[in-house]
Design a protein around this ligand. Structure first.
Ligand SMILES: [Ca+2]
Ligand SMILES: [Ca+2]
Length: 500
């Protein structure tokens, strides 16, 4: 009998401990650059709900992705390993196809292994990865082990108009934008938010959850209905601030990182009078996503979870809209790497802004700390808890890698870039936040900056793995003999830079 009561009290104790574990709401936004109110990336951003979330917690305004591309960025975040460690640089492979990562414990699995029920809707992994068990082949995106407990609707940019709205130079179904009439309720992100709200409404109050909700917009196609365009009238919308001939002082190698892509260049936007339309479309889609974030946050509050739920909101990389003469991702400048990153909830002081460099692979160890889970010694990220406690605490620079051996090193004051052929860039981010003036272009006096360059080079990844087996889509390689291969085709030294 005594034993029975002891057992009962033990049960009561363990369920109290369990109930005290904070929940996690993990909100991802795809291809969202710094055009978010609190980040000041564009004067016409309208994101009141994300801004309110940032205000209620700690906003990292100098956060950067580990790769400016969906698959490698998300793989890095969920594994807390750099692309230079995994060799995952392209849109393939799905990391579970690599034997060395078949059994790797991801962020969601670490929570699952520690008593959490994990939920997944929309885009967390690229290409629907981790939605099913099995089919871990070259074409399968399944997993040997369960990645999530409950899987909801997948990511979608639908509905689409009957035919593309913009005739982009490289035809690609997704590379499109603009207004067309449809129902907001039918949009993929609205469906994912609705599913998340329904799960929260039905959620048991005494079991911790890890809810991952990944929004697809403002990834192209940037389609929006009248309501969202009306919030961004043409007469009030400013075009992104650019410098003409900005690429005159960037190495030729910088072009190789996005050599030929479906995303058009600034020349096309200007020639076809689409620059304003794309700007408004992107802003409208971001405002639409902001409204979906609100629906989910409202459900957290309505169900009494607010006091006990850590909210983390992030995007996988930036997006150019004319800056540096291009649109899209795949660059090592702030336009390609800078992302929103917000933590809010128990243990996170509100009203704080941290300008120290933060990396997306830091989310994994930060959530471990905030939720009191067992620490892991196999993560390359470093917890942001010291900065959450005191935002002035110093931190290492953020590293972004795009394809093998091209790295950007972003400290609080500088950006240093080195490409696989050794060519370099350096920007003074305090005085030149748009990265217009490459201080170490060949015609400049480099000697003034040797010390700064050396300080930044110290942080270049020690491991620098070649592309992993199965790498493809947006993969660039430079062989020892100097042969450059982009997506399976050789780029010759005197090939003209594609204009559109
Ligand atoms: Ca993306
Ligand atoms: Ca320039």
């Amino acid at each position: 009998m005594k034993h029975f009561f002891f057992f009962l009290s033990l049960l009561a104790f363990s369920s109290t401990v369990l109930a005290e574990k904070p929940n996690v709401l993990f909100i991802a936004i795809d291809d969202q650059n710094d055009w978010i109110g609190f980040m000041d990336g564009h004067p016409n951003s309208k994101t009141p709900h994300i801004d309110a979330l940032a205000e209620s917690g700690t906003a990292f305004t100098n956060a950067h992705c580990q790769s400016p591309l969906c698959n490698p960025s998300r793989t890095s975040l969920m594994l807390s390993l750099r692309p230079s460690t995994t060799g995952v640089y392209g849109l393939a492979p799905w990391f579970r196809t690599l034997p060395e990562y078949e059994n790797r414990v991801t962020l969601s699995q670490h929570f699952m292994n520690n008593g959490y029920t994990t939920f997944y809707t929309g885009k967390i992994y690229h290409g629907g990865g981790g939605r099913s068990i099995g089919k871990v082949g070259p074409k399968g995106n399944g997993s040997k082990h369960k990645e999530w407990d409950v899987v909801g609707p997948g990511a979608s940019g639908k509905p689409f108009p009957p035919k593309k709205l913009v005739n982009t130079p490289q035809p690609h179904k997704l590379v499109d934008w603009g207004f067309f009439p449809h129902k907001d309720e039918d949009k993929g992100d609205h469906i994912c938010a609705t599913w998340t709200v329904e799960q929260l409404d039905a959620m048991p109050k005494d079991e911790p959850f890890f809810m991952a909700c990944g929004f697809f917009l403002p990834h192209v196609p940037c389609y929006a209905t009248q309501k969202w365009f009306d919030m961004h009238p043409e007469s009030e919308t400013k075009l992104p601030v650019i410098q003409r001939d900005d690429r005159k002082d960037t190495p030729r190698f910088s072009w190789y990182l996005h050599w030929k892509l479906p995303e058009p260049r600034l020349k096309f936007l200007e020639d076809s009078d689409e620059w304003m339309n794309l700007t408004r479309s992107y802003l409208a889609c971001t405002t639409f996503v902001d409204a979906q974030v609100k629906r989910v946050l409202d459900a957290v509050e309505r169900n009494g979870f607010k006091e006990n739920t850590i909210v983390v909101l992030w995007s996988d990389h930036g997006w150019h809209i004319g800056e540096k003469e291009i649109t899209g991702k795949n660059t090592l400048w702030d336009d390609g790497t800078r992302v929103p990153l917000v933590f809010a909830g128990p243990g996170v002081p509100g009203g704080q802004v941290c300008t120290k460099p933060a990396e997306l692979l830091d989310i994994y160890p930060t959530l471990i700390d905030l939720c009191g889970l067992p620490k892991r010694d196999d993560l390359e990220g470093i917890s942001l808890l010291p900065q959450i406690k005191d935002p002035s605490t110093d931190r290492r620079p953020a590293i972004t890698t795009h394809n093998h051996d091209n790295h950007g090193v972003r400290s609080e004051a500088w950006r240093y870039i080195v490409y696989a052929d050794g060519s370099e860039e350096l920007y003074d981010m305090k005085n030149d936040p748009n990265e217009w003036d490459n201080l170490i272009a060949p015609d400049k006096d480099r000697s003034k900056y040797e010390k700064i360059i050396a300080e930044h080079r110290k942080h270049l990844p020690e491991v620098n793995r070649k592309p992993a087996k199965g790498s493809r889509s947006r993969v660039l390689t430079l062989d020892e003999d100097g042969t450059l291969i982009w997506e399976g085709e050789e780029i010759k030294k005197d090939d003209p830079i594609p204009e559109i």
